[in-house]
Design a binder for this molecule. Sequence first.
Ligand SMILES: Nc1nc2c(ncn2[C@@H]2O[C@H](COP(=O)(O)OP(=O)(O)OP(=O)(O)O)[C@@H](O)[C@H]2O)c(=O)[nH]1
Ligand SMILES: [Mg+2]
Length: 483
Amino acid sequence: MVPQQIRVDYAPKLRGRRYFAKKMMNFDADPIVAIATAPGKGGVGVVRISGPQLDPFIQGLLGPARAAHLRPRVALHADFCDDHGRAIDSGLALWFPAPHSYTGESVLELQGHGGPAVLQMILARCLQAGSGVGARIARPGEFTQRAFRNGKIDLAQAEAVADLIDAGTAAAARGALRSLQGEFSRAVQALAADLLELRALTEATLDFPEEEIEFLRAADCRRRLARAGDALHALLHRARQGALLREGIHVVLAGSPNVGKSSLLNALAGEEVAIVTEHPGTTRDRIERRIAIDGVVLNVIDTAGLRETTDPVEAIGIARTRGALASADIVLHLVDDRQPDDPGDAAIAAGAAAGVAVLRVRNKIDLTGSPPGLRDGCVRISARSGAGLDVLRREILRIAGWEGASETGGETTFLARARHVHALERALAHLDAARAQADQNYALPELMAEELRLAGDALGEVTGAVTPDDVLGEIFGRFCVGK
Ligand SMILES: Nc1nc2c(ncn2[C@@H]2O[C@H](COP(=O)(O)OP(=O)(O)OP(=O)(O)O)[C@@H](O)[C@H]2O)c(=O)[nH]1
Ligand SMILES: [Mg+2]
């Protein structure tokens, strides 16, 4: 089979949810094959195969003589051969018999030379050798999906795999690894187990109405609910920090023309990203730069200065500034320190979405002699000399809610996603509702049991214990092929 004939079955979403749901439920056992290393040239390239039955691949690619030497988890040097027994490449074969593998199925890894042509040839040969057992190319994330399905990892850990690959800073990578190693999942599972026990108690009360309240009182239910509430609060706090680390912060620089927005972007980035001139109206387009502070990624966006204009190009730029303001997490409103106040105030406050922090920054203090730093909710800096920039960086992180590596965040933060934060928030709301029932002397135990069930379900969404198939499809669909 030549590569063009390979049926690429990537697009479960196009076929609708039911297709994917069926795929998930079916536990489809086709062997899957993919190039696991990044596209392009490299010293080594890896083709990975996972499935219940790998004999055709082992025999076909290594040939019977060499295949006889293959031992579990021991690297074997071998030629990878075509269907006539001619070598395509020479490298290492690694065999992980089920269940001791990444996916929980049998896995064969062929480490060849990392060129696109040779890896495509190995891939095509694998599909050919496995055609009798239904081999096909893996969908994005399908290896990890099988690991999840086979109970090797839970959903939060599976997401951490993708996040570790995507991590843009060392802090994000360390956080992702902690999630991958199960730190986050264990905390969620412990909480879910507590809630389940409390729910069982509450339901027992419903079954034995005479003993009703005594039952729950004897179990000190209220104190245990309070303890679960504290644990959930702490977990939510850590998850929010983790989400910040993963998603980054959108910081928009806005203000009148010529106040030094582009100069500030350049100073923060440490290079000449944007054009700076003494002419007001220099910046027309929005210019973005990713900058890491303390391991947190800031997406800093420089915009066209806000003013009334008849220039059609500048007007488009100003419209883009308004668009950027509307999607900012934090707005830095720059003002020239020589001016007592800025007429753009109202426009910026109106442009930023509700609840978005607007931090006033007075620039060019080298010309006025004001001391740098934070006073009256306003940071004074010089983009030219760099004075006050440290304070500004710290203030941005503080407003975003980042607690920093030295405090409770940093080294104990696991990477989390907005999805996790929302699920934990829902769990907390249901737990609070259950606590309200307890506080009313267990007036409605049915309601309390129901709230505990809903809280448990919300926690289960984090680990994948109760996650709808379309959500699973969405999560795994975002992985790269070969992972
Ligand atoms: N002395 C001094 N000059 C500065 C400082 N920051 C910027 N400037 C000067 O102010 C002028 C305008 O700077 P820009 O960074 O282009 O200003 P901008 O806000 O991006 O302007 P527009 O793109 O036109 O909206 C340039 O001549 C800069 O060199 C500063 O901290 N001190
Ligand atoms: Mg500019």
